[in-house]
Design a protein around this ligand. Structure first.
Ligand code: ZN
Length: 195
């Protein structure tokens, strides 16, 4: 019932998580009401996204440079590495404003049922980062079966190489880090245990 280009836009919005037909239609009408300038800015940002945003060659976090803001920073302790599932978790941890080390992004969790094996994750690059200066590796992974499996696997790999700790169980089992509020996460960080 709509012109093809308008329908195309609705179709594109529906690819986003949690966006159904009605919401996509509303978004399309909103964008239709924008000025030419606003639409150009959106289009340009989308094109630049794939061109400019890449993974930090050291930790796997998102960046527009060779190294991400944390790996580059002289203000961060480069010898404490917090291991997370994805870049989204970094912003949750940063919201605590307490952690001053750096990160390592695994890009997933071991999940044998879905065929995600350790060699498909960013684990070997973590091992290569560990040296005699490494003070601690903090495993900040979801308290799910996949999170536990991955934490156990990495703990074994790093055994005898450096101190490895895991977040205390302040975080409800089965939940995801990104749904955890900063206060709960802070307690889990403070109560972390060596594994
Ligand atoms: Zn980095």
């Amino acid at each position: 019932m709509y012109p093809k280009t308008f329908d195309d836009l609705i179709y594109e919005f529906q690819k986003l998580p949690g966006v159904g037909a009605k919401t996509a239609e509303r978004y399309a009408f909103t964008v239709l009401g924008w000025s030419d300038e606003e639409i150009s800015e959106l289009a340009e940002t989308l094109v630049n996204l794939k061109k400019k945003v890449k993974k930090c060659t050291r930790c796997g976090n998102l960046t527009e440079d060779e190294l991400c803001e944390f790996c580059k920073s002289s203000k961060r302790n480069q010898n404490i590495i917090c291991v997370v599932q994805n870049p989204k978790d970094i912003s949750v941890i940063e919201s605590m404003q307490e952690y001053n080390g750096v990160y390592h992004v695994l890009d997933g969790l071991i999940n044998t049922q879905k065929g995600v094996l350790p060699d498909q994750l960013n684990i070997m690059s973590l091992l290569k980062r560990i040296n005699e200066n490494t003070e601690e590796v903090i495993l900040a992974l979801d308290p799910t079966v996949e999170g536990e499996t991955t934490a156990l696997y990495i703990s074994k790999l790093l055994e005898g190489k450096c101190r490895v700790s895991r977040l205390a169980h302040g975080i409800p089992v089965g939940s995801h880090l990104d749904y955890t509020d900063a206060m709960t996460l802070l307690k889990a960080f403070e109560g972390r245990k060596s594994s």
